[in-house]
Each structure stands twice: as structure tokens, then as C-alpha cells.
Design a protein around this ligand. Sequence first.
Ligand code: GLY
Ligand code: MN
Ligand code: MN
Length: 408
Amino acid sequence: MKANSLAVFNSNDIMPTNADGTMPFRQNNNIFYLSGVDQEESILVLFPDAANEAHKEVLFLKETNEDIAIWEGEKLTKEAAYATSGIKTVYWLQDFEKIFRTMAFEAGVIYLPDNEHLRASNQVETREDRFRDWCKKNYPLHTYERVSPLVNYLRSVKEPEEIELMQNACNITAKAVDRALKFIKPGVMEYEIEAELMHEFLRNRSRGFAYTPIIASGFNACVLHYIENNQECKDGDVILMDIGAEYANYASDLTRSIPVNGKFTDRQKEIYSAVLRVMKSANKILQPGITLANYHKKVGDFMTQELLQLGLISQSDVDKEDPSWPAYKKYFMHGTSHYIGLDVHDVGSWTKPIEEGMVFTIEPGIYIREESLGMRLENDYVVKKGGNIDLMSHIPIEIEEIEAAMNS
Ligand code: GLY
Ligand code: MN
Ligand code: MN
């Protein structure tokens, strides 16, 4: 941060459904990352150069009272907020405007977040958006700065404590996969598999899926964002499961493509092995120094070789390909890796070199609509020089491992 500047972070709103219904609360990931406060109507102000030592880090929380305790349960007291965040100065929210005024007049520069994510659509006004408008209206002559480049970078390099939480999310996912592999057989419905997974998540203290699960059998696997999960799994089909448990607000993200009847056909094995080889090759080059953009170009080359071998594309397709949509995209039309952390598609740069401690998925796939066959494999990796750490190395992925687990 620049000299004599402060940064302000807000909670997310509790989103309404209809009438007096609400969605489950999901904290804004920036304030959670920086403070551990998992509560609505909270504000964090960071002011490293504050003259008053007590104003270097300040939390503003909704004042808790007996009525709230009876209806909603205990909210954070000032002591509990200190215990969870390490922040000594905690005020009640109703004093925000008065106290913030003294801080803002002392600081020359105000850093504010915006949802700077390449894939975000940002159609709903958030508490952060409202705060930004309020702040600019009340402090029009301050200099404003984007805080996202700073926080996004911090969040992209994971602390050991974060990796531990992510490993736990992956361990819960592992238990659920185990359960699903034993459960799946011809005739089960996709939603029954979803229920088996959820059962294992909840009983292991996850609050559920880290993102809407894809349980797609047969042709459905070729619909990349299939989330209906309402069809019967048929003998001879492959089922693609893109599922992951959340734990402590951190995501895990896994995909397995498995035979409904417990045994791959030769054709299915051929495609599966190609996808698995691309995954392993990608893991070797997802290393410190490469950019995500350049890495994706190289993985595209690996996939091109596999599709040529399989005869799905020809050398002349490759020779005359459009560089902005290479020939391999006909069968592998999505990206291979994304940052993962508090967000399943976590924040981080595509153009700066990858560093140790960043965590990514690797998720190649081949989708052959004309054969009603879609295969994707996905694990989560911590980047480490000389060899990444696979947080899902204990989850069956080799053909023999999958078949053995399904038939045990
Ligand atoms: N499940 C979302 C993804 O794989 O990116
Ligand atoms: Mn996934
Ligand atoms: Mn993913």
C-alpha cells in the first residue's frame, strides 16, 4: 500500500430468496482471508500508517445483544472477534461513520475492492459496491486505489495453514468418492449419487459442495455445465462426476470419469488413458516461472498430440488451425487449470509467473458428442519446485484403481 493510505473491506450481504427466505450466508472472501470474521455486516479497515496505534487494524461489527442471541445465536463479541482475528480494536457498526471520518481525514488515499475476476458477471449490487458509492460521495477529494491487485496476489500464494484446510477439504472429497465408487451401478439415478456424496460431506463437517456438482452420465458428460443430475445411469455408459467438498470456506475441486458398470470398454480406456497422460504431462510443466497463459499453450500441444494419435483430428486440421481456436478445441474446449482456494475459481494472475505455494487444478478432458462419451480428470496441486504436491494423490485415478474400488 502507498504511504498514508487505508483499505476498507466489507462483508457480503445475506442474499434474499422470496418472502422472508434467505440463502445460506457466504462471507466475502477478502474480509474472511484478512480477518477470519465469518459474519454479516462487518467492516475491516487497515491503516498501516495511522498515528493512533489502535487504528492500524480496526474491525466494525454488528453489536450483539440478547434478542439476537435468542433468535440467531451468539454473534461475535469484541473478545471473540479478537480471538478469531488477532485484531485488538473492535468497534460496533453504529460508530463506523464517526470513527471512519477521523481515519479518512488522516489518510490521503483510500483503497477499495471491486470484484476483479475475469469470469465474474457482477450483475448484483454488493455491500462492497454500495460502500464504494457511499465513500466516494462522502470523501470526493480523496485519491482512490484498487486493492484487488494486492489482495488477489496475497490470496494466490497460499499459507501453510490454508493448504492444511484445503488438504482437509480434499480428504473429505476422497471419502465421498470412495462411497460413490461402491454405490454406482447400472440403474442408479444421478441425483442418488449426489446424495451419497453430500451424506459423506456433511458427516465430515463440510457444509456441502464447494460448487454446484456435475453428475453426468452418457451424453450428459458432453454438456460441460450439466447440473440437472436427474437421469438414470445406464450399463455401458461412463459417468463424469465433477464434485468437491468445501471445508472452512475453502474449496476442493475433483473430476472422475468412471464406468457405470465397473468395467471400462477398450474404447473408453483408450480415451481415458489419453486424458490421464495429458494430466500427468501438464503437472510436470505447471512449475514456478511459467505463466498460466503459456502453460495453457503447452498443454494444448500435449492434447493435440493425443487427439492426432486417436485419429479424432488430422494433421491437416492442425496445419490449417486458427491459432485463437486451435484444432484440439473441437474435443477439449475449456481451460486446463485455474487457481483454487477460498473461491473454486480463485483469484490470481494469468500473466505473471507462477510461484511456489500457488494452488491449481489440472483438468483436461475429451468430449466426443458423436459417441455420447465425455471424459475429464481433475485433481488439485500445490506448486512446488521440482515436483508439485497432489492434494488428491490418495484418490483412485488409474484405470485399475477405479475398477478395483468399484468391484471391492
Ligand atoms: N467445477 C468447476 C471446475 O472444474 O472448474
Ligand atoms: Mn471441477
Ligand atoms: Mn476445476
